[in-house]
Design a binder for this molecule. Sequence first.
Ligand SMILES: *Cc1c(COP(=O)(O)O)cnc(C)c1O
Length: 402
Amino acid sequence: MSTESVSLLHGRDHLAIPGPSVMPDRVLRAMHRPAPNIYGGELVDITESIKTDLNKVAGNTGKVAIYIGNGHAGWEAALVNTFSRGDKILVLVNGRFGAAWADAAVGLGIDVQTLASGDEFAADAGEVEAVLKADSEQSIKAVLCVHTDTATSSSNDLAAIRRAIDTANHPALFMVDSIASFACEEFHMDNLGVDVMMTASQKGLMTPPGLALLFVGERFWEFQKNADLVTPYWNAQTRMFPQMFPDNFNGTPPTHHLYGIREALDMLLEEGMNNVWQRHRIFARAVWAAVDAWGTGGQFHCNVKDTVMRSQAVTLIRTAPDVGVQLQQHCLEHYGVVLGVALAPDAGRRFLDDGFRIGHMGHLNPSMLLGTLGAIESSLSALNVQRGGGAIDAAASVIAAA
Ligand SMILES: *Cc1c(COP(=O)(O)O)cnc(C)c1O
């Protein structure tokens, strides 16, 4: 027998992180074309259809704006179109992404009050109601939250937060960051009473980073007309009511991204959103089942203990110190699987060494998910990490029962 270690790296690497997510071959092929005519023809036609179909996925009957930018650009687009310097808002923080949206607002001169629910919990709707009831002058202009916080992997109950605003009889606008959850976790903008929602192309939408998407309902316009933070470039009105095609993007269109997202929307609508959401629920439960099995003995657990508060698109798994980082390194170097780093809740220390994340969002099938879990199992074995057995069996059973 050879004493040299063999490399098993062959075939496709797999990105098991919470965005950018795996790009389907169909999306890649749709983008692989020469630079198109931007004055008319197909590109102009698909842009209208993209907005229509984004609204279908969002359950929105209002307007959509497309920006060339990442999620951070989308945060600013939502904020500057809605607020004036000095306006007061309430941001619910259930992890680093909610906190970062709040920081973006502070940076723009908005008066931000945060309500933190801790790193293992979703927002408490009762607390939201209490804060709004205590605001007797109704000076809070809006309640903002992420749907899923990608750092902690907790998901807020948007219906409960909407009810809290209504029960408090408060006129605050309801604004949601759906970047990690859009086209992964069930969402109906109109029915949930969400007034403003933003997302980005690179997670559930399976398209490269580069498009930030802003969705608005009727009440947004009361705010937009007075918002003094808005600048010509970011003005959503121009993009939502374009006089000419370039108004859609305030300049040159993101040509290839548009072909990519057009194809991705076709894939989602062909599958049907109910199936898309259900597929994500099943894959999430398969991941949790594996973690529970590894965790008998106490070395592993899902960061969010209450399953109702868990994301169906991403899971943060806590490990013993160093195991998280060693595992990420081993999976990458030996099996071609990129796991997500564990982000520290505060921006100071960027990564945690006692955890890792699995992105289970977007273009994923059972073999990809079981492959990721199998690569983790093999790495834990190679690294001699103490853990419970039966993880892959447990995950496979969830999938088999679907
Ligand atoms: C990924 C993500 C962001 C940030 O998006 P970028 O494209 O990295 O700017 C913001 N919010 C949530 C919930 C996310 O998952």
